[in-house]
Design a protein around this ligand. Sequence first.
Ligand code: ZN
Length: 492
Amino acid sequence: MKHCIVQGRRKCGGSNHLFIIIKIMNEDNFVNIGEVMHGLATRLWPINRSLTGNGVRETLNILQETLPDLVIHEVESGTKAFDWIVPDEWNIHSAWISDENGDKVIDFGKNNLHVVGYSEPVDLWLSLEELKKYLYSIPENPEAIPYITSYYSRRWGFCLSHNQLMRLKPGLYHVVINSEIKLGSLTYGELLIQGELEKEVLLSTYICHPSMGNNELSGPVVLNALAQWISSLLDRKYTYRIVFLPETIGSLVYLSRHLDYLKCNVIAGYNITCVGDDKAYSYLPSRNGKTLSDIVAKHVLKHTDPEFKIYTWLDRGSDERQYCAPGVDLPIATISRSLYFKYPEYHTSLDDLKFITPKGLEGGFIALKRAIGCMENNCIPMLKTIGEPQLGRRGLYPTISTKDTIDEVRVMMDFMSYCDGTKNLIEISDLINQPHWLPARWIGPCPLFYTEVLDRWLRQYRNKFHQYNGFQVVSEYAILLHRQLNKLPRSW
Ligand SMILES: [Zn+2]
């Protein structure tokens, strides 16, 4: 049933690809979602992304296949964004170092980390000693090619593993970089998914790193899947603003265009980065540290992985730096797996398609999905009965009494005991030490509680009755729906 409605919601036709992923996402336990995301990462892997250039456009075009409403914006080089200026556009076609015999010893075609990002074009013969001034390696991690960029001062260079560097023999080398840096534009993608409210959740990720897994591709592929899932929801409270942009300059450009509106409307959001390995879960707070995004992130992670790592604002390193900057002050926090700077493969060729796994990506997706569910479900529930309600009369009491069912009833009664209209669902869930998705399942459209969620259901279904007979009819319909929903897969 749910699936049909999802199809009905599709506005722009879309591709078969879209159809497949939504179908997968509505299945009970998201079978294959990790493989689907890893497959997309594998497809995006070889593209040479940077702050600007055709690699960013190609990446966005691929994301658009599954997100047909994604709008691609171009912002001219030289455009001011607060204290920054959009740089010239960089594109690279090929680059290599060859020895005197013409044998390529380093080839950008084999790994796009081999060239320092934004390298100027060169065509030179150099001795090994001269060449070494332009070579970068990591002696303490001799297998890894480092990821190095020079966006704002003109230079050129090659990156290679320390083992490769050690193998270079004295002699002359031919160095070629076929690149161009000229006036062009910066490219970003933006998707607005309208909800019932103007209030927004901002989800942001970056698309400016070449071939790396956790610290690049995990973000766009998880956000792509999340955006599809959000679009497929039957009923959305919040509007979702989803952006794929180059880190730092992209978020600054975006903020410079929308700051006033965002400050009025964004109630929560996450910078989505490093969500693809299966080694850890991490939380990095907003600068404020007490926003809805922070409360939700800690709640969800505690019930997803009790061992999750808690970082501080001092550990920041991505676009939260702009979103939470003084004068911007948006409520943006971070839910990650292994966080940038904190794993040895970070910003090297070892952060590859093996470092991110289907299981790791799925874990990142589920944690963020739970966070969104937490915000969507949040409400201030108030019990409608005086004294404990009689659950049996309403079909809510288990007909068989086992330890499990007794425990569940106990938790349900604990929950109800706090439903006095002063605390929200997240606060009560924390008080009874349960994940929000458990009580969210009970209250949904349940007539036992006054909630804004129930109000929404009432408004939505009122028109469905030819002879609207007041609250009672709707309540009965709500009970039916409630039971039906409890049989459906529980994703939140
Ligand atoms: Zn990075």
